[in-house]
Write a protein that binds this ligand. Structure first.
Ligand SMILES: Nc1nc2c(ncn2[C@@H]2O[C@H](COP(=O)(O)OP(=O)(O)OP(=O)(O)O)[C@@H](O)[C@H]2O)c(=O)[nH]1
Ligand SMILES: [Mg+2]
Length: 229
């Protein structure tokens, strides 16, 4: 993507704040994931189901971004975890400064997991590092198989693609194999998990992915602490 000098300046300031976030979350051993997908792909529904299935005692928190309304925070707030809405008042993406501000008062050392739902958009959020450990792209079977080819940026940057709403496959002309092929054409190593936030299909695989990433994060933080000591 070609950037103007102003865009470059904004992004370098964002990168500076994101690096600070990554350092403080890293020291605390908090795994942070940035969920990006089109409006309505099912990001909130997917996170709601995730919160329902987290092992008891998991110290999780959620930030959810939208241009307007507290709707998603209200939905996500039903599961006993701290949730904050970030309303961007027009901006089509979250930035690191917004995340930093809304983390205020939460101690990262008391969090194992920070889930960030970005504003529904497959383009703008891609350029803004939020200090996360990984971006997760959420694509639903209602959007067409060719989205990885049309919006390659996010599929290139995401470590994991959630292919959501697979319960609708009997009703929509969508070929999951083709969507997988296109995603891997853009990013050969991308991991792909097919899910339904309604039937819970695929959530066993997703919760295993999440658990192993959280364990890896804890191990990485302990190794760094030993190196410093
Ligand atoms: N059938 C089916 N519907 C789903 C699934 N996941 C989400 N939905 C529905 O899809 C619609 C949009 O879901 P949301 O979770 O609000 O989507 P979102 O990506 O968070 O949307 P924004 O925050 O507005 O970008 C809702 O009506 C959900 O109930 C799924 O796996 N299967
Ligand atoms: Mg949402």
């Amino acid at each position: 993507m070609i950037q103007t000098p102003v865009e470059r300046k904004v992004l370098s300031e964002n990168d500076r704040v994101a690096a600070g976030l990554r350092e403080s979350l890293g020291e605390a051993g908090t795994l942070s994931l940035n969920f990006i997908g089109s409006p309505g792909a099912g990001k909130t529904a997917f996170l709601e189901k995730t919160l329902q299935l987290l092992p008891p005692g998991t110290r999780a928190a959620v930030l959810t971004g939208d241009i307007q309304t507290e709707n998603d925070a209200i939905r996500l707030g039903r599961y006993g975890y701290p949730v904050r809405q970030i309303t961007t008042a027009g901006a089509c993406h979250l930035d690191a400064r917004m995340v930093e501000k809304h983390l205020g008062g939460w101690n990262p050392r008391e969090l194992d997991l920070l889930l960030i739902e970005n504003v529904g958009n497959l383009v703008c959020p891609t350029s803004y590092d939020l200090g996360e450990d990984a971006k997760v792209v959420v694509l639903s079977v209602c959007e067409g198989e060719d989205k990885p080819l049309k919006y390659p940026g996010i599929f290139r940057k995401a470590e994991l693609m959630i292919l959501n709403k697979v319960d609708l496959l009997p009703y929509v002309p969508f070929q999951p194999e083709l969507a997988r092929e296109y995603a891997r054409r853009i990013h050969p190593e991308i991991e792909i998990i097919e899910t339904s936030a309604i039937t819970e299909a695929g959530f066993g695989q997703w919760m295993n992915w999440l658990r192993s990433r959280m364990e890896a994060k804890t191990a990485e933080t302990k190794t760094k602490e030993r190196e410093v000591a």
